[in-house]
Design a protein around this ligand. Structure first.
Ligand code: ATP
Length: 591
């Protein structure tokens, strides 16, 4: 056989590590990049030279008017119009966006109609119509429509000054555009976040303002600031109302002295300054809302500023070793507050369209009992679990915790569906841990844990923080309290999620495949925590693919397939002598 040298190839000469250390590193050269930079610099210099040496730009006139009183007054009006219209426009836009995504068809259609109409009407037409409102309606009356009752009456022309017309027109127009930007942001927030917030029993308002909006902000801000910058320039359109904002003011002056270019430059430079200030704000606000969402740390100064504002401790820089689990306080010592509750599921059916996912399910989980639900993929295990805390509505049948129906109230022979607040109150007794953790990424580990105690149970903040730290210590994460979820490992995130679910001291804890999103190495640390919980007296219902774990921890195992419970038995019996042939086949495959 021909050797490498025979056919003309030689292996590279070996280099010792000492030789390698002496070698010089030559950076790659980018001649085209250098040429491009030189060309760009030359163009900038030539342009600046031309602008500052050509007398026709009229820089002396520019200097005379830049800080002149009428220009500053016009600038003030531009800033006022921008700020007031942006604030009103975004508040109204936010309400329209929430109406658009609401479940009420009327609200959603009204919002859609408003957005369609206002985006179709040219702004100049809207302003002129509002300015001529006095012609259409001589007075504005406050009272009860179609009756004689009237509390106040205003003269339309006097009430709607040009400034008021400008603010109303710009705000109404702005609201239509910003509502779509905000809706885009809301839709960008993962569905799991809504579910986690609902499972914790947070009110709709709290979910919207504290969980969804801060996360949506990352998507909203770039386009939102684009809109505000557009608005600052669009205010010049109010010249049709003869309102002396910045642009109108310079127009008035150059019509008088014919110094068109220098005065246009006065307006342009002020607009440039406004843009610089807005861009700096945009940078800071974007950084603020990206906390927790980025893998790398914030610039140190910005981080310090935000932590001072929000009174947060700095993140711990070093990654804690996994062995910290061994040092944690035992969970068994954590008095769960309430003893475990009994879960009763009777005749539950659930379909998605034509697909029957739960078929006449009956199951009772005793107080303090640990039940593991196993079965092939698509069997309906997760759906069954989610019906227990009413995250999934059943078509027929009942689910009760300690004889209290979760989604309904019984009056005589009829079941009345409960309203959201009542369902939330009942949900508080049932904690849930999700497969993908669903931690709130913009809140630190501790903030995740204390969110529900503070906003749902009304626990005073200091007390909630102390209990939250204690809980984190019990899941082995005492030193990670001020760390954002993205800076934690999967196993650590799941342990925070368990602490969060425990914070309301639930009677029943639901686990939906708590380890399936974890590396095999991290599975153990989460299972250890659940095993301890199993001893604490809390009722646990666990959907899992970890057959060995189910066998070890569960009092009973439920085997499900195609929406039906085929077998329920103690682990020793089910694994050694399954009675149903499908259980046997399934176990033969997975064991
Ligand atoms: N929101 C939904 N809309 C339509 N179909 C759904 C929905 N949620 C679940 N399903 C369907 O219901 C069936 C049961 O789903 P479920 O998630 O409960 O199964 P599972 O036993 O937990 O499966 P896995 O072990 O793979 O998670 C599946 O066929 C799934 O496609």
């Amino acid at each position: 056989m021909a050797s490498v040298t025979d056919i003309g190839l030689e292996t590279a000469p070996r280099t010792s590590s000492r030789d390698l250390q002496r070698l010089r590193i030559v950076p790659a050269r980018h001649p085209w990049r250098v040429a491009g930079t030189v060309l760009a610099a030359a163009i900038i210099l030539i342009s600046l030279h031309s602008v500052f040496t050509n007398e026709r730009w009229g820089w002396s006139v520019f200097a005379e008017y830049f800080f002149s009183e009428p220009v500053l007054a016009g600038l003030g009006r531009t800033l006022q119009l921008t700020a007031v219209s942006a604030v009103i426009g975004f508040i109204l836009g936010g309400l329209l966006a929430f109406a658009r995504v609401s479940k009420s068809p009327l609200l959603s259609t009204l919002s859609w109609g408003y957005i369609w109409l206002l985006r179709s009407i040219p702004l100049i037409v809207l302003l002129l119509v509002l300015n001529n409102l006095g012609y259409l309606y001589a007075t504005i009356n406050l009272g009860v429509p179609f009756t004689e009752i009237m509390w106040a009456q205003f003269d339309t022309v006097q009430t709607l000054s040009p400034f008021a017309v400008a603010v109303i027109g710009l705000s109404l127009n702005q609201a239509a555009f910003s509502s779509e930007i905000i809706r885009g942001g809301i839709l960008s927030v993962d569905q799991g976040q809504h579910e986690a917030a609902a499972a914790l029993g947070l009110s709709r308002w709290r979910q919207a303002v504290h969980i969804v909006l801060p996360q949506a902000m990352r998507a909203i801000l770039p386009s939102g600031f684009n809109e505000i910058i557009g608005l600052a320039k669009a205010t010049s359109i109010v010249y049709v109302l003869a309102l002396p904002e910045l642009f109108y003011t310079v127009q008035v002056i150059y019509r008088r002295n014919l110094e068109v270019i220098p005065l246009l430059m006065v307006a342009t430079v002020w607009y440039l300054i406004i843009m610089v200030v807005l861009s700096a704000f945009q940078y800071l606000i974007e950084q603020y809302y990206s906390r927790g969402a980025r893998r790398e740390a914030l610039p140190p100064l910005v981080d310090k500023l935000f932590r001072i504002i929000s009174r947060k401790a700095p993140e711990v820089a070093s990654a804690a070793p996994v062995s910290v689990v061994a040092d944690r306080k035992p969970l068994a010592g954590f008095e769960s507050g309430r003893i475990g509750g009994e879960v009763a599921i009777h005749g539950v059916n659930k379909s998605f369209g034509t697909l029957k996912v739960l078929d006449d399910i009956d199951l009772t989980v005793g107080s303090g009992e640990v039940v593991a639900i196993i079965g092939p993929s698509g069997a309906g295990k997760s759906t069954l679990l989610r019906t227990i805390n009413h995250l999934e509505r059943v078509n027929t049948g009942l689910v009760a915790i300690d004889s209290e129906l979760i989604g309904y109230e019984r009056r005589g022979d009829a079941l009345y569906e409960l309203k959201e607040p009542a369902i939330r109150r009942r949900r508080a007794g049932v904690g849930m841990v999700f497969q993908n953790f669903n931690l709130f990424p913009h809140l630190t580990a501790l903030e995740n844990v204390v969110e529900a105690p503070i906003s749902v149970a009304g626990v005073p903040r200091e007390q909630a923080l102390a209990s939250g730290r204690d809980l984190l210590a019990r899941v082995g994460l005492a030193d990670k309290a001020d760390v954002y979820p993205r800076h934690l490992s999967g196993g650590q995130q799941q342990r925070v999620a368990i602490a969060r679910a425990l914070a309301l001291r639930p009677k029943v804890l639901l686990f939906d495949e708590p380890t399936s999103a974890l590396d095999p190495e991290l599975v153990g640390e989460v299972l250890d925590v659940i095993k301890e919980l199993a001893k604490s007296g809390t009722t646990l219902v666990i959907v899992t693919h970890e057959i060995g774990f189910a066998r070890e921890v569960a009092d009973r195992i439920v085997f499900m397939e195609a929406g039906r419970i085929l077998e329920i038995a103690a682990p020793e019996r089910l694994f050694s002598a399954p009675t149903h042939h499908r259980t046997r086949e399934f176990l033969a495959k997975v064991l």
